[in-house]
Write a protein that binds this ligand. Structure first.
Ligand code: GLN
Length: 198
């Protein structure tokens, strides 16, 4: 069984841990270097990407995390986590670190402020069994995907609507909060990606 960490600096850590367990992984919270060293993969939850970026630096986790990612550790970033994993951040802070695990350009707060949060039923490539009820909270969106990055879902019904989920073989990003609502299909998809990489 693979061990998946959840970066526990901000956000819905407990919900991700239980969804990962339901998806078939051993799940552990990661706050320290030694904990990061012990996981096969990492989920970076939502929260506030500039604050999380600063916390990563303050806890001396930014460097080790960047190293694990560049050596191919699978990762899943949800919302603020997606911003952190991107190769380019639009509307970020000047000192905000892009971990560049996935070749995408992300726009922070692309849909407006907190009040512009919404819920939507999405069709997600690779997630069988009907629509996924997605909760968007001050969500970022993907404005460009590089080679080898597959678009999994778009918001709205237009074929060129905003990209809200994408993946490479090892890295998954979602603009929304998949840990709320008790639907564990995306956690299962990620655990399958980790199994395949192992
Ligand atoms: N827009 C926020 C950021 O830039 C993310 C919001 C969220 O994670 N719910 O970090």
């Amino acid at each position: 069984m693979v061990t998946v960490g959840v970066l526990a600096l901000q956000g819905d850590v407990a919900e991700h841990l239980s969804a990962l367990e339901a998806g078939g992984a051993r799940a552990v919270a990661v706050r320290r270097r030694a904990e990061l060293d012990g996981v096969d993969a990492l989920v970076i939850p939502g929260g506030e990407s500039t604050a999380m970026s600063r916390l990563l630096e303050a806890l001396d986790l930014a460097g080790p995390l960047a190293e694990r990612l560049s050596s191919g550790m699978p990762a899943w970033g949800t919302c603020a986590g997606m911003v952190l994993l991107a190769s380019q951040i639009l509307d970020g802070r000047a000192d905000q670190r892009a971990l560049a695990a996935l070749d995408i350009t992300v726009r922070r707060n692309a849909f407006g402020r907190q009040i512009d949060s919404w819920e939507e039923d999405l069709r997600i490539t690779g997630v069988a069994g009907g629509a996924f009820h997605a909760v968007f909270i001050r969500a970022p969106r993907v404005e460009r995907v590089g080679e080898g990055v597959e678009v999994l879902a778009r918001s709205g019904s237009a074929p060129d609507g905003p990209i809200v989920a994408a993946r490479s073989s090892r890295v998954l990003v979602t603009s929304f909060h998949p840990e709320v609502g008790g639907d564990h299909r995306l956690h299962r998809l990620f655990v399958d990606m980790v199994d395949e990489a192992a």
